[in-house]
Design a protein around this ligand. Structure first.
Ligand code: THU
Length: 160
């Protein structure tokens, strides 16, 4: 038996201005995306902006439904739209913002487990690291790849 330690590195920012220009652009796109969030049941509005390898930005927002499980998170809305409309283009960065009643939370908006799993699959499919930016007005986090937010990824590609 041995104990193994897992190291995860990520960057923390205290303002939008402190971030890389490309990340700033993507966060601003996510803020725009949040405007189209349809969340009458939870009141929590999420916006996501996904950067493809060719520079295309695909926006997504959470879409709820009276039949609750029929709704979808902002991140998956963006990723599914991207692979449906731009198949074969690797996803290279994803920014996420969120807050109640169309406001921006102070702390980073962290993606749910199901969205992380979907990010992992598209990262493998694209063959490039998918950077994840979780933005909050007072604090933002930047992870350079999905592996850092979903250790021990289920990846059936490994078996091929
Ligand atoms: N939501 C997202 O859009 N992304 C996440 O990663 C977590 C949660 C949405 C789903 C639902 O519409 C609302 O936020 C409250 O859970």
């Amino acid at each position: 038996m041995k104990t193994i330690k897992l190291d995860i590195n990520y960057e923390e920012y205290n303002s939008l201005e402190e971030m890389d220009p490309e990340d700033q652009m993507l966060v601003k796109e996510a803020i725009e995306a949040q405007k189209s969030s349809y969340a009458p049941y939870s009141g929590f509005n999420v916006g996501a902006a996904l950067l493809l390898e060719d520079g295309t930005v695909v926006r997504g927002s959470n879409q709820e439904n009276a039949a609750y499980p029929s709704g979808l998170c902002a991140e998956r809305t963006a990723m599914f739209a991207a692979n449906a409309n731009y198949p074969g283009k690797a996803m290279v960065a994803l920014a996420i913002v969120g807050g109640f009643n169309h406001t921006l939370a102070q702390t980073p908006c962290t993606p749910c487990g199901a969205c992380r799993q979907v990010m992992a699959e598209y990262q493998t499919l694209g063959g490039k690291p998918l950077r994840v930016i979780m933005f909050g007005e007072k604090k933002a986090w930047r992870f350079s790849k999905v592996d850092d937010i979903l250790p021990f990824i289920f990846d059936s590609f490994n078996e091929k």
